[in-house]
Ligand binder design. Sequence first.
Ligand SMILES: [Zn+2]
Length: 295
Amino acid sequence: MVTKVSLKVLYIISLGHSGSTLLGNILDSHSKCIHAGELISPVTKKRRLVCMECIDDPCPIWGSLITQKDLEKNYSDFVGKDIISKAYKLLPLRRKNIIYDRILYAYPAKSVLIDSSKNISWSKYNVNNCKKKFQYRFIFLKRDVKAVFASYKRGYNQNVGDRLPYLNKSISKINDFYRSLSAELKVAVSYDELVEKPEGSLKHICDFLNLSYESDMLNFESMPHHICGGNQSGVIQKGTKKAKKLDSLIDFKTSADQLSYYSNLKGIKKDERWKSELTQEEKRNIDNTVTGFDF
Ligand SMILES: [Zn+2]
């Protein structure tokens, strides 16, 4: 029997656009894991809560087991706000936070819930609220900052000079947080290794979580993933009609390039679009300016 204390919440910590949705969905395909998605997203961005699998069809989790109201009630201090560093320390603890409980208790075969919000303050706030009920662990997902920046450039037309200071600040926060955690609570995973040799990276993660390795994780695309937030790649792979429906629900416009890239994507594949999307100057600028992860 699964006791409360054997249940784990696993936080993915990374820069945005590092492949956290992909990693979460791969782990979601393990019989003991459930990926809830980027829980912070419908809370702080005021983006309508939509399951990335079900879109406008009824979902067993989002909108039924957990509603937008549940999220707003449990995270009322965060609603509509960008989390400012350390602000979580000022927030009152809400010992009745029920989001993780409801999901894990509704799926008794699962013992690890993955929250891919990526935000350090969000994780700390939730750990403070739930540490008596759950164990917690952290996966640090590292990706080449050139690939990360290319995603910002592609999606939001951002300038390298404007984005780099933010990226450096975030990397420095992630480095500090990594150092602050004891060894048994954390594992570092490289995006490149994950997509080039998924079996090796996934065995390492399973060892860390005390789970046996399951090769089904490599077939993650063939399974449903009821996640909120995160990127749209999985939805686009299910068809452009679904992707357009999602766009209309969250008031977003997926670009033609994104539609074409993800529609043709099969399996776990390394995304190397940045190599042709970035100018030589942008690549040099990033290599010379970015401090990088120190783990
Ligand atoms: Zn769903």
